[in-house]
Design a protein around this ligand. Structure first.
Ligand code: HEM
Length: 410
């Protein structure tokens, strides 16, 4: 055991026992971040801030929420919204933060795609990021069920029903997930458990792993430049801060991030106080009724693009389901679908740049059409957009990046 001496302060006392100075160096003051990155690289920390707000506001809501099909709707719409002081504020903050969280996740993901931050050693960052996306999606879906309104009920019925299409085990799996033959009290209580315990704990664990995966390959930069981090760190430590291409995570990088996060928070509270209704579906203010199907069932805006891929194959439910399955996991394989070794921003990769904006445009079209009734011309537009989405990722990307790689090697 190490020699323990009389400590000259709390930090020294802790350092002798848990090496707090070494830990701070490794994680903060000597964890080097490139200088040439812009505000878009602050989205990761904005997501941490948002997740914290979701946990805190969720804890306050939990004090009055009742996970029982007979009580849930009233506990949210009367007790929290009308009887508890500032209950409405916590609910609006929670709903708006959940919605905005997906906007920031999509920006964070597409910044990664634009700058090629998912390849050449950064594959694990991307994979853990996609795991976070799947976990956040499950968290949002399970949370949407809790107010036990019409959309809560019917979204749960539609999505759990999809598992029935899995060969052999499908029908039994649906009953197992629901805990009953139909969406019922048992379904509500298990989704409640997932939403308040299992998924948040899993998200926290994966955020830690996501950070850890960043530590060795380091954060990418605006030019895709390969930086010799050790050499640049030496320059910084020797006092040549201007010449060095890196800055420490703490205090420099994080203080810039907090600067961006403070603007973001002003925007978030503005939305929460004045424009919260975009995050709450009007149909969900009607209590769940298993005998009355709403005329048009659709998910929250952030799931519309994949929902449209499901509906796009309107002539075959099986094809739609396969396409939906692929759409949900396809981004996980991006580091291997992109066959080029070039790490550079999209505007330095002409074919990739066109591909990138086509993908963004296509996903916006899918999102818009995902909310429209799938009839007449809408059905065909949805079909073309769905096919284009799959083709862009599965066929076009490997081809153009293979050609790009060949040209780069010549
Ligand atoms: C939802 C919770 C998430 C949190 C809290 C989070 C947090 C972070 C943080 C703090 C960084 C470092 C700074 C930055 O680039 O912003 C980062 C980087 C990164 N994240 Fe995430 N992230 C999340 C989700 C995702 C998702 C869904 C993806 C996409 C699959 C992703 C992919 C990446 C990539 C590729 C980087 C490296 C960026 C670079 O090297 O330039 N993350 N993340």
């Amino acid at each position: 055991m190490a020699q323990i001496q009389k400590a000259n302060g709390v930090i020294d006392w802790l350092d002798q026992r848990i090496a707090i100075r070494t830990l701070t160096k490794v994680l903060m003051t000597e964890y080097w971040i490139p200088k040439n990155i812009n505000f878009l690289w602050a989205m990761g920390i904005v997501l941490v801030v948002l997740f914290t707000i979701l946990v805190v506001s969720g804890l306050f809501l939990l004090m009055y929420y009742k996970p029982d099909t007979k009580l849930a709707f009233d506990s949210v719409n009367y007790t929290i919204m009308q009887e508890v002081k500032y209950g409405w504020l916590w609910r609006h903050l929670h709903a708006v933060s959940a919605s905005v969280c997906f906007l920031i996740i999509y920006i964070h993901m597409f910044v990664g795609i634009y700058y090629g931050s998912y390849k050449r050693g950064r594959e694990m960052i991307w994979i853990t990021g996609m795991l976070l996306f799947i976990l956040f999606s499950s968290e949002a879906f399970s949370g949407y069920m809790l107010p036990w309104g019409q959309m809560s009920y019917w979204a749960a019925a539609v999505i759990t029903n999809l598992f029935g299409a899995i060969p052999v085990i499908g029908p039994d799996l649906v009953i197992w997930i629901r805990g009953n033959f139909i969406v019922s009290d048992a379904t509500l209580t298990r989704f409640f458990m997932l939403h308040v315990v299992l998924l948040p704990v899993a998200i926290m664990a994966v955020i830690v792993i996501h950070f850890y995966t960043l530590r060795i390959p380091h954060v990418n930069n605006m030019y895709g430049e390969e930086i010799d981090f050790e050499k640049e760190a030496e320059k910084f430590k020797a006092g040549n801060k201007k010449e060095s291409k890196v800055i420490p995570f703490w205090p420099m990088f994080l203080s810039k991030d907090f600067f961006v996060a403070s603007f973001f928070l002003a925007f978030l509270f503005y939305l929460t106080c004045y424009h919260y209704s975009f995050a709450l579906d009007p149909i969900n203010f009607d209590p769940a009724d298993h005998l009355k199907t709403p005329p048009h069932i659709y998910p929250e805006w952030y799931f519309l693009w994949s929902y449209e891929v499901l509906r796009g194959f309107f002539f075959s439910a099986d094809l739609g389901l396969i396409a939906f399955g692929i759409a949900n996991v396809i981004f996980l394989f991006l580091p291997w679908l992109d066959r080029s070794n070039v790490v550079a921003p999209a505007h330095k990769r002409p074919a990739f740049m066109v591909w990138f904006w086509l993908l963004v445009a296509d996903m916006i079209i899918l999102t818009i059409w995902g909310k429209l009734p799938p009839t007449g011309a809408n059905a065909y537009i949805g079909f073309v957009a769905s096919i284009s989405f799959l083709a862009l990722l599965l066929i076009v990307l490997p081809i153009i990046t293979k050609i790009e790689d060949k040209i780069a090697k010549e």
